[in-house]
Design a protein around this ligand. Structure first.
Ligand code: MG
Ligand code: ZN
Length: 219
């Protein structure tokens, strides 16, 4: 069983590597978002797409869920090209799903591609999607100990995003404990605190996204 699992991961890694090369060749910056269900990935992404479209940035998104195209329909309101990936019983996206979703897309017409993973903090950690950068999100309403409970996804992420900070006081969120939990797992991990509904911290998130792209284009 272990051997079969390793084969699957190996196959995924090879395809992800190929995807990453294609993304780089096309000059598209690919950002993936992982979190548990309900942490606010879609809400943050909706605001991000809206902001980018208004600024004339060429942006698209893929969104994974077990069923329904609710999130894709919601994200399309921004005017961005959005495709839903329904995984059926599979609790994560893999490189093959990404590859088949973008097969007919002219990638070189994009500046950014966002990938919203299925709400799950466990196996998305082991599946490389060919993304340039990975963001892991958790919300103030989930408590401070998410990083301590799910270290692998934090290890593979490039940024931790604390969402719903407008609700922090109402739910008694212990900010210092959350920051300590993140830095005990990844001491150098940048942390962005954001409310996609009030917009607090949103400029910081956008600055991080711009920095990812600048760095990628310079390399
Ligand atoms: Mg969603
Ligand atoms: Zn899974």
């Amino acid at each position: 069983l272990l051997e079969a699992r390793q084969k699957v991961l190996k196959k995924n890694d090879l395809l992800a590597r190929e995807l990453r090369r294609r993304f780089e060749d096309a000059g598209v910056t690919v950002i993936s978002l992982a979190s548990s269900p309900g942490a606010g990935k879609t809400t943050l992404l909706a605001r991000t797409l809206r902001h980018f479209i208004e600024a004339g940035t060429r942006v698209a998104a893929l969104v994974g869920d077990l069923a329904t195209d609710h999130d894709a329909r919601r994200l399309r309101e921004s005017g961005a090209k959005v495709q839903q990936i329904t995984t059926g019983t599979v609790c994560h996206l893999d490189a093959e799903m990404i590859e088949s979703a973008i097969r007919s897309w002219p990638l070189d017409t994009l500046d950014y591609l966002f990938i919203e993973n299925v709400g799950n903090l466990v196996c998305p950690a082991t599946f490389d999607l060919g993304e340039s950068r990975r963001a892991v999100l958790f919300s103030t309403t989930e408590g401070e100990d998410k990083p301590a409970k799910y270290p692998p996804i934090f290890h593979t992420a490039d940024v931790a995003v604390i969402t719903k900070i407008d609700l922090a006081a109402a739910v008694g969120f212990d900010r210092a404990a959350a920051l300590a939990a993140i830095s005990s797992i990844c001491p150098v991990m940048p942390v962005i605190e954001v409310s996609a509904s009030s917009g607090e911290g949103f400029p910081t998130w956008c600055r991080w996204l711009h920095a990812c792209r600048t760095l990628q284009l310079r390399l």
